[in-house]
Design a protein around this ligand. Structure first.
Ligand SMILES: Nc1ncnc2c1ncn2[C@@H]1O[C@H](COP(=O)(O)OP(=O)(O)O)[C@@H](O)[C@H]1O
Ligand SMILES: [Mg+2]
Length: 353
């Protein structure tokens, strides 16, 4: 099978660490397909569309989509996925509607609420905010992910600071969302195809003194920072089965509402009264082996290659049906090396060793 792995090679302001972070999953996944004797190409996605030439016209049986944007701009991801969809090429993960809608948190929250799901009260702050908006509140960009714009000052407890934070965020981001802050435990529910994986929890008990128990940008990306060390994932979460079941059912409904396919992760908080609240639905979450989805998959008994194989199979099955997907994924036989006849004038040298 011919596998093309798409990824964003980044923008001028990306550090070597940023690029290495992207390439880690690209290289690991390439190695997994390589070991199965599939032909693998790693293709960076740029605006020039050369990437598409590497996929079209039968050049890819499967596109493994690790592209989370183009030049670091997340919204271009939807266009990449839409192009693959239009061209009828099998690709992993979610479709363009899901990636687009989930990134617009206001749109996603509206749909989730309309589906009857619990979403903490929120509003889009166009420079100002209602006087009765409940506090504490968290101020976050309305169309970013990966905790961009979320730091230790994101949670505010008084109106003056709330206004100042909104003003500061509006300078930086087009749309700013203010949401009621939910104190309590944070859980992640991973979904792969029709399987919901064991629930994970972020344990904030070692957060530095005075820091809010939230996943800030530093917690996610600055390895070894106090916020990273203070937010430890635990999987499976230490919760009663009935609580886990409830979180899973909630996440599944959220996933269906967002028309998720392939793989995703739903982030949930549970308040002190035991009520769960949906923070967001993440289509195509981080697939590096150290990231949450792989951890949850391991708790379900799948090692990393098995997780990747299943994600590939889901994409192939949707495009080609179950039988074709199995056949394509099966490791092809190592091509026999054609036996050359020995040159007539010379005797063959016996192999020693
Ligand atoms: N309403 C909220 N109440 C409490 N914590 C929140 C809330 N919204 C976000 N957070 C915290 O901020 C983190 C990042 O917010 P999230 O909405 O998941 O954005 P991102 O798309 O950047 O991951 C969450 O993992 C959580 O710790
Ligand atoms: Mg999140």
């Amino acid at each position: 099978m011919k596998v093309v792995i798409l990824y964003d090679p980044g923008a001028d302001d990306w550090t070597a660490d940023d690029i290495a972070g992207v390439l880690e999953a690209v290289d690991d996944i390439a190695a997994i397909f390589g070991r199965l004797n599939h032909q693998v190409q790693r293709i960076p996605v740029r605006h020039d569309m050369r990437w598409f030439n590497a996929c079209r016209g039968g050049r890819a049986d499967l596109v493994f989509n690790l592209c989370e944007g183009v030049r670091g701009v997340a919204q271009w991801e939807d266009h990449v996925v839409a192009t693959l969809e239009l061209a009828g090429i099998a690709y992993t993960g979610c479709g363009p509607w899901t990636t687009g809608v989930c990134r617009r948190k206001a749109v996603a929250n509206t749909l989730l609420e309309r589906a009857g799901l619990p979403v903490p009260r929120w509003t889009i702050a166009q420079g100002k905010i209602e006087d009765d908006f409940p506090l504490p509140a968290i101020v976050k960009p309305a169309a970013e992910d990966a905790s961009a714009g979320v730091d230790r000052s994101s949670v505010v407890t008084d109106r003056k600071t709330l206004k100042a934070r909104i003003a500061a965020m509006t300078e930086q981001f087009d749309e700013v969302l203010v949401q009621q802050y939910i104190p309590g435990r944070e859980f992640n529910v991973g979904i792969v195809g029709d399987r919901t994986l064991p629930v994970a929890e972020i344990d904030f008990s070692r957060m530095p003194e005075g820091a809010w128990p939230i996943l800030t940008y530093a917690a996610k990306w600055h390895v070894g920072s106090p916020e990273d060390l203070g937010s430890r994932p635990v999987c499976p979460a230490q919760i009663p089965q009935r609580v886990a079941d409830r979180l899973c059912r909630l996440a599944e409904t959220a996933w269906r509402t967002m028309q998720g396919k392939g793989y995703g992760r739903v982030d949930v908080r549970m308040d002190d009264a035991g009520r769960p609240w949906i923070l967001e639905v993440n289509p195509n979450p981080d697939l590096t082996d150290e990231a949450g989805l792989s951890r949850m998959a391991k708790a379900a008994g799948w090692d990393y290659p098995e997780l990747i194989r299943r994600i590939a199979e889901l994409a192939l099955r949707e495009a080609q049906g179950t039988k074709a997907a199995r056949e394509l994924l099966a490791a092809p036989p190592v091509p026999a090396v054609p036996r050359a006849s020995p040159p007539p004038s010379r005797a063959r040298t016996p192999r020693t060793a």
